[in-house]
Design a protein around this ligand. Structure first.
Ligand SMILES: O=C(O)CNC(=O)[C@H](CS)NC(=O)CCC(=O)C(=O)O
Length: 318
């Protein structure tokens, strides 16, 4: 297993150092294994879409240079608005400029992209002014391969912990789960952020054969400190999947910060990469599907699971 961390604090100078490192690591890796490599990214989006795109482009280019065939960007990779009105005014459709720039980037670099949470204008935008929080997967030919619209909305108030968000005030809950997406790193299941708290979703995707679960996020600092890692590891352990979670980190504007710690967890539940609590970071992670198979062979929890009716037997008692 190899993991390479690349930070961009002193941008120009550092990224040169970074790519030299990467080619060294890559040569090293090539001689030992041919497993595909995924890149998990961490960034701090602001309301400035142009600036956010530059950051994402830099992360994707570095990931590609390091040998990644799929790059994971966090929820709100496009922007984090400083008010409900600003969030809505910046929203686009899937055919707008933002997604088209990413489809071009993907086809130019021949890389798959997971765009964690795109602010997508809803189907009745003119009357309704609400968006979907959409996880968009783009393939290496620059086509949208899948879209998943976040189904659990974060309407949460935690007195004394600095958390007060009402996602449903501007977002429509997604109507359905999205089937696994076959990618060069394996079968990928799509979730977003708060969805992570609902094991029903990860188990439904697991039943459809996913190898990798993804939870691009913008976790709050208070809930991140308490729950982020334990939830991601639990989802990995119970589904015996890799879990890749790109993340927002740090201060987006005056009243919003995110926990960070973009994470990669293996099917045994071990954290294989943690991007830490600050800064623009990209990690390269080898995805070994044999490890998924071996974990499931050795402890076949999916075969030991009882049918759905069994777990409802308490409710259905006469
Ligand atoms: O608002 C945007 O622009 C993008 N969307 C988000 O940041 C969403 C909805 S407010 N955040 C979360 O789901 C945090 C979940 C969380 O922190 C937890 O489950 O503890």
């Amino acid at each position: 297993m190899f993991v390479l961390r690349c930070t961009f604090r002193e941008q120009a100078r550092h990224s040169v150092t970074c790519s030299t490192w990467k080619s060294l690591m890559l040569q090293n890796r090539m001689s030992h294994s041919s497993n595909p490599v995924a890149a998990v990214c961490q960034m701090t989006s602001t309301p400035d879409k142009e600036a956010n795109f530059s950051v994402c482009k830099r992360l994707v280019e570095a990931a590609r240079e390091g040998g990644a065939c799929m790059v994971f960007l966090p929820e709100a990779f496009d922007y984090v608005g400083s008010s409900r009105d600003e969030t809505l005014s910046l929203a686009e459709s899937l055919t707008g400029d933002t997604i088209s720039r990413y489809t071009q980037l993907a086809s130019k670099l021949k890389v798959w992209l997971s765009l964690g949470g795109f602010h997508e204008r809803g189907q009745d935008w003119e009357n309704d002014r609400r968006i979907y929080n959409s996880h968009v997967v783009i393939n290496d030919e620059g086509y949208v391969a899948a879209v998943y619209r976040k189904s659990h909305l974060f309407d949460v108030e935690l007195p004394g912990r600095g958390v007060s968000l009402k996602e449903s005030a501007f977002t429509i809950p997604g109507p359905a789960l999205t089937p696994p997406v076959q990618t060069p790193i394996g079968k990928v299941g799509l979730g977003i952020c708060y969805d992570l708290r609902f094991p029903e979703l990860s188990l439904a995707l697991q039943r459809q054969g996913v190898d990798i679960l993804t939870y691009p996020s913008a976790f709050t600092v208070a809930t991140g400190a308490a729950h982020w890692e334990v939830l991601l590891r639990a989802r990995a352990v119970e589904t015996q999947c890799y879990v890749l979670a790109a993340a927002q980190v740090g201060r987006h504007h005056d009243v919003r910060s995110s926990w960070g710690h973009a994470l990669a967890v293996d099917p045994w539940g071990a954290v294989v990469a943690d991007c830490g609590g600050e800064g623009e970071v990209m990690v390269l992670v080898e995805v070994d599907l044999e490890k998924v198979r071996e974990t499931r062979r050795n402890m076949p929890v999916q075969q030991h699971r009882r049918d759905a009716g069994f777990y409802h037997s308490l409710e259905n008692r006469p």
